[in-house]
Design a protein around this ligand. Structure first.
Ligand SMILES: [Zn+2]
Ligand SMILES: [Zn+2]
Length: 236
């Protein structure tokens, strides 16, 4: 630690980003030992396709994947969407607290994100609707892709998979029409770019998998080869 960093630590002691207790260090991840102990890593046994973990037994396809519900080949997450990961992601995504992303990235790196995937041809952050992007000011999936895959920066593209402005306001539609409206909202630019390509999609949380499935469906139609998905967190 440099002298400047040492003085900074004395004047502005770092706080745990999970419970706000004062820390005796300023290294990432900024979490105290109690919050670190709460982390729930996603481990085997799990579904080799969608990555949902099981309480016991061996790896096997889950019911959804047996029915071929998802268009991607493989989705992997690092942690369950529980505390302190949930708070880190919420404060990063909705509060614009980029320091939370540093902690999240440090945790993901320590947990071996770099070894989860073979080098893809393209890394595509799940695109935001332009209005959402304007109001939030950043695409959380792009920032996650950049920070979790620094060695593959040149593979990250935001110009190939886009989310169109929905033609009909969602609020005026029924549930089914809403789903169809958002289905049509994703499309690829330069379809020839995808033929046989190994694509890694990046999003923040795997909840139902519907968004990643929609992205993968569009890519599949454009002729993509292997399609994988990474989210730091996974809801159960
Ligand atoms: Zn804490
Ligand atoms: Zn599955």
């Amino acid at each position: 630690m440099s002298l400047v960093d040492g003085i900074k630590d004395l004047l502005f002691p770092a706080r745990c980003q999970g419970c706000a207790i004062q820390l005796d260090h300023s290294r990432r991840p900024l979490l105290c030992s109690s919050c670190l102990a709460l982390l729930s890593p996603v481990t085997s046994p799990l579904c080799p396709c969608c990555g949902i973990p099981f309480p016991s037994g061996q790896d096997h396809l889950c019911g959804d994947c047996l029915q071929g519900r998802f268009a991607f080949d493989r989705a992997r997450s690092i942690f369950l969407y529980r505390e302190p990961i949930r708070s880190l992601l919420v404060r990063f995504k909705f509060g614009g607290k980029l320091s939370r992303l540093d902690t999240l990235t440090a945790l993901a790196t320590q947990a071996g994100t770099a070894t989860l995937f073979a080098e893809p041809d393209l890394i595509l952050p799940v695109p935001l609707h332009i209005e959402r992007l304007r109001s939030r000011g950043f695409n959380q999936s792009l920032l996650i892709a950049r920070s979790c895959f620094p060695h593959w920066q040149k593979k990250i593209r935001t110009d190939l998979l886009i989310r169109h402005q929905a033609t009909t306001p969602q609020t005026s539609l029924s549930g089914r029409a809403r789903r169809n409206n958002s289905k049509g909202a994703l499309s690829v630019c330069r379809p020839n770019h995808f033929i046989g390509r190994h694509v890694l999609l990046v999003d923040d949380v795997f909840t139902t998998g519907a968004t990643l499935h929609e992205c993968a469906r569009v890519l599949r139609r454009a002729g993509a080869g292997e399609i994988e998905a990474f989210t730091p967190a996974r809801a159960l």
